[in-house]
Ligand binder design. Sequence first.
Ligand SMILES: Nc1nc2c(ncn2[C@@H]2O[C@H](COP(=O)(O)OP(=O)(O)OP(=O)(O)O)[C@@H](O)[C@H]2O)c(=O)[nH]1
Ligand SMILES: [Mg+2]
Length: 228
Amino acid sequence: MNIQVLKNIFQRNDNAARENRELLDSTGVTCINLLGGAGAGKTALLEAVIPTLTDSLRVAVLEGDLATTKDAARIDALGVPVVQLLTDGGCHLTATLVQQGLQRLPLDQVDLLFIENVGNPICPANFDLGEHLRISVLSVTEGDDKPAKYPLLFKDVPLIVLTKCDLQPLTDFDFDTVTRDLRRISPEADILQTQARKGIGIDSLSTWLRTRKLRGSPYPVGGRQHEG
Ligand SMILES: Nc1nc2c(ncn2[C@@H]2O[C@H](COP(=O)(O)OP(=O)(O)OP(=O)(O)O)[C@@H](O)[C@H]2O)c(=O)[nH]1
Ligand SMILES: [Mg+2]
């Protein structure tokens, strides 16, 4: 009985995700789902990279959180359209909530849409939102064992961004260990080291975003396996 309920939840989510992707495709919007643990530096990364993109790309953001509009306010300060999605305690965004957010955005005036998922290294990875690709974020303060312990977060993503690298000397975070583990989980993924506060590595991220052929790309879209 319980298994049937879970299946229905996933089916409803996947239907909404399919509709979201069709809407995004029909309006020419490329959508990136940004995943990572709480406080990994997702919003800081967006704050740093969005200003490097807006000369030629029209960017918008959907901000996912359990509560508050704090992250949306940080993005609003950049002058790009943003909608705060509140899960009201839920530990991940759903495609249905994203669908409501999409209705609030001027999609015909958007080229690139970032969805910052709820800070959580587990649940968000299980839910397709209709995005075209995912980018996973890991901060050095979380520890170098996290890719091995939370592999689904890093699976089938084209880019993994290591954040807060300025703090590495204060930790025992070992880049070789993380790189080896990430290669095992996602052999094709690019790995970037960043220090969003100092703007280091942001040019590389900006170039990555600009030069990837995001739409019509070979990245796996939709139909993700529900693991765990
Ligand atoms: N030293 C340092 N601190 C950083 C860096 N990037 C982010 N931080 C800090 O890390 C904390 C969390 O950053 P956020 O950008 O809010 O992280 P987040 O992943 O968006 O957090 P949630 O949305 O709550 O999951 C803040 O205090 C940031 O100032 C960095 O490159 N270096
Ligand atoms: Mg945030």
